[in-house]
Write a protein that binds this ligand. Structure first.
Ligand SMILES: NC(=O)c1ccc[n+]([C@@H]2O[C@H](COP(=O)([O-])OP(=O)(O)OC[C@H]3O[C@@H](n4cnc5c(N)ncnc54)[C@H](OP(=O)(O)O)[C@@H]3O)[C@@H](O)[C@H]2O)c1
Length: 286
């Protein structure tokens, strides 16, 4: 299966390149393709003629999206439309990576794929538009919603991941205050990439939630990070209102991998298991 991975040098993209190794896969970086540019998309993809395109590219710093909604819509929504149109014209399947932020967090139990989205900010609204364009224009699509990504390669848009931030802060401060009333599922890109690789072997097109299993607060995540890294630091659980933010975010964004379960292929480990894998491979992988 000839595969093109857009954002192949990104946090998830690097793990996708490994998961698709041996599959005639090509990494398309930002210098090879600009997804918001129709001609660039057409040129890059028609030259390759892949059987599958995996799009990880996004404009996804939430604060920047809020300040620049036009740019956010161009990349996250119109970029997805460009990809869907060109893929459809070639009969190519399209994996498009989206986000748990499409939901408002008011549900008290894990969101399934058929729950009604209600985005709270510009980033989330433009990612949801991207999902809709992909669904409308690509007959062979997999829309993958994931959450709280971390991996061995840095997130290019955001730099440090939460783990690096916690470990850095633990060296600078004696006491850390970490939010205990925002609940999510941190998801390890190594396992996410392998799960995507497994899903696309089936023509079961649609929207999928793909996160690690289980859920936790940022505080619980931090405690596990310090336990696994052998870091001694005092951590105090605090409410999110202690760090007032101008941008609304869902306070609960746990996703259930219902679609994968229905196919009998939910192989995403519990988040604690994935985090242990991350730490056991952290030094070797850099
Ligand atoms: N990070 C999270 O916690 C999280 C959570 C849920 C969902 N997601 C979604 O997961 C996806 C991947 O996230 P990630 O953390 O792997 O991101 P990342 O490390 O920032 O990688 C994104 C890649 O896309 C490229 N790119 C950005 N804008 C582009 C454009 N306009 N045209 C072509 N390429 C472009 C980037 O290249 P340059 O860096 O050179 O611009 C980079 O290679 C995104 O769609 C994001 O919305 C992320």
């Amino acid at each position: 299966m000839k595969t093109a991975i857009i954002g192949g040098n990104g946090q998830l993209g690097m793990d996708l390149m490994k998961a698709f190794a041996g599959e005639n896969s090509t990494s398309l970086t930002h210098t090879d393709i600009e997804i918001e540019n129709t001609e660039s998309v057409s040129r890059a993809l028609t030259a390759l003629k892949p059987d599958l395109v995996v799009n990880t590219a996004a404009y996804h710093k939430v604060e920047d999206c809020e300040k620049n909604p036009e740019r956010s819509f161009q990349v996250n929504a119109l970029g997805a439309l460009n990809l869907a149109r060109v893929c459809e014209s070639m009969g190519t399947a399209l994996v498009h990576v989206s986000t748990d932020y499409v939901f408002d967090g008011k549900k008290a139990s894990p969101y399934i794929e058929t729950d009604l989205p209600n985005p709270l900010n510009v980033y989330a609204a433009t990612k949801l538009s991207g999902e809709h364009f992909v669904q409308a224009y690509s007959s062979k699509h997999y829309v993958i919603r994931s959450s709280g990504l971390y991996g061995h390669s840095p997130c290019r848009a955001k730099g440090r991941n939460f783990i690096d931030t916690m470990l850095k802060l633990s060296k600078e401060r004696q006491e850390l205050r970490v939010v205990n009333d925002e609940i999510l599922t941190p998801t390890y890109t190594y396992h996410l990439a392998r799960q995507i690789r497994e899903l696309v072997t089936r023509p079961a097109y649609g929207v999928y939630h793909v996160t690690n299993n289980g859920s936790c607060s940022w505080y619980e995540f931090a405690m596990e990070i310090f336990k696994l890294s052998g870091t001694r630091v005092t951590v105090v659980p605090v409410p999110a209102k202690e760090f007032p933010a101008p941008i609304k975010r869902p306070s609960y964004s746990v996703l259930e991998n219902k679609g994968l379960q229905s196919l009998g292929i939910d192989h995403m480990p519990h988040w604690r298991e994935s985090l242990a894998h991350y730490f056991s491979t952290r030094t070797a992988a850099g």
